[in-house]
Design a binder for this molecule. Structure first.
Ligand code: PLP
Length: 433
């Protein structure tokens, strides 16, 4: 029972450094957030010791009397946080992550080689929505299912629902998945439902990025029209790293859905649930149902809008010109800068962002933009005035990248980045010896 710092100072030191990195820099990665101390305490608890394969009341191991209560509590809180009637909706709280939640959902609803349609990755969709390239099937969702992506309208950079309808008429999918990793606007679930119904297809929403905003009723409600809704728990929802699968027990395609989803999670795709994580999800869902969380979610959106506004004031180009949610896609191509260059410069000044493909990018390998998100900064109580300052820092980072590129062509920028990398290595060496 000796503490970590005593047993393993090496790991303790890495945790300390990462803690300092997270708190000394500006975190603008749209898929990240800062979870609560309470959730971290639950996540680091003794519950990690327990095996509990199965479901509450029907386990493959003894000693689960408290774990059963915990998992049921988490289920109840999940339904409450998303304003769902337990008569209509059920939830499985065991998925280890968003990716496994999505694969378990496909496993539950369709058969190998059935057809799925999701938003293409270069247009903001997630890997697990059927991603493949011309050369290779990348995601298991394209290896085990036939996948055909839908896309954005190049003119508006919004989902092209008319084109999706035409593609679906040709491809006849068994399942359509909506939701994205990089799409700053809201979704038209009613239209998606109509398209799915034209082919007797399931409609699944992966609301991973926006689930906190959905819980706070700041965005359209996917539960109104979808058969299944999946989410991660660690993005706008501000919980630990994990996934959830909600299933509607009353829709026309729902025969035996509860059993199918539960069996797909365990034993089809996973083993024993991570009870420490389930406890942390339960705590986070308790918090997400409080009025303070609604205030937080409103501020996340207000901050994203404020950031978009400031960047547009500086005459930068944003995909769709702004945002409805927590995220912004900044198109750097008009400046002739790549996302990876700006990401590196930002890293050097302790602003954490990520390079990202923007609509119409020639290559997903050299993304022409960056993705920004306001969830983590809002968790640190930042509001519009702070965000104005953050926009100014981003402006300076981009201007620095541009100046370096202009003065001596892109070679100087490369040298600058190389020098910075070398300096980071020197710093590391100094710390290591
Ligand atoms: N779905 C979407 C839309 C995502 O953006 C992500 C991750 O960023 C995932 C699923 C996968 O989640 P995880 O990393 O927990 O597997």
């Amino acid at each position: 029972y000796a503490p970590l710092a005593e047993v393993d100072p090496e790991v303790q030191s890495l945790i300390d450094k990462e803690t300092w990195r997270q708190f000394s820099g500006l975190e603008l990665i749209a898929s990240e957030n800062l979870t609560s101390l309470a959730a971290m305490q639950a996540n680091g608890s003794i519950l990690t010791n327990k095996y509990s394969e199965g479901l509450p009341g029907a386990r493959y191991y003894g000693g689960n009397e408290h774990i059963d209560v915990l998992e049921r509590l988490c289920q109840t809180r999940a339904l409450k946080a998303f304003h769902l009637d337990p008569e209509t909706w059920g939830v499985n709280v065991q998925p280890y992550s968003g990716s496994t939640a999505n694969f378990a959902t496909f496993t539950a609803l369709i058969s190998p080689q059935d057809r799925i349609m999701g938003l293409g990755l270069p247009d903001g969709g997630h890997l697990t929505h059927g991603y493949y390239t011309a050369k290779k099937k990348i995601s298991a969702s394209s290896i085990y299912f036939q996948s055909f992506p839908y896309a954005l309208d190049p003119a508006t950079q919004l989902i092209d629902y008319a084109e999706l309808r035409k593609k679906a008429a040709l491809f006849k999918p068994r399942l359509i998945i909506c939701g994205a990793s990089a799409y700053p606007r809201d979704w038209e679930y009613k239209t998606l439902r109509e398209i799915a119904d034209e082919h007797g297809a399931y409609l699944v929403c992966d609301m991973a990025h926006t689930s906190g905003l959905v819980a706070a009723q700041e965005l359209n409600d996917p539960f109104e029209y979808c058969d299944v809704v999946t989410t991660t728990t660690h993005k706008t929802l501000r919980g630990p790293r994990a996934g959830l699968i909600f299933f509607n027990k009353k829709r026309p395609l729902s025969a035996d859905i509860e059993n199918r989803v539960n069996m797909a999670v365990f034993p089809a795709c996973q083993g024993g649930p991570h009870n420490n994580t389930i406890a942390a999800i339960a705590t986070s869902l308790l918090l997400a149902a409080q009025p303070e969380f609604k205030t937080y979610a409103k501020q996340v959106v207000a901050n994203a809008r404020a950031l978009a506004h400031e960047l547009v004031q500086h005459k930068y180009t944003l995909q769709t010109g702004g945002t409805d949610n927590h995220s912004i896609l900044w198109d750097l191509r008009p400046l002739k800068l790549t996302g990876s260059k700006v990401e590196k410069i930002c890293d050097m000044v302790h602003i954490t962002i990520n390079k990202n493909a923007v609509s119409g990018d020639a290559s997903a390998q050299v993304p022409g933009g960056i993705r920004l998100g306001t969830s983590a900064l809002t968790s640190r109580s930042m509001a519009e005035a702070d965000i104005k300052q953050v926009a100014e820092f981003l402006h300076r980072a981009v201007q620095l990248s541009l100046e370096l590129q202009k003065t001596a062509g892109s070679k100087l920028l490369k040298d600058f980045v190389r020098a910075a990398e070398a300096s980071a290595e020197v710093k590391k060496l100094k710390e290591d010896v």
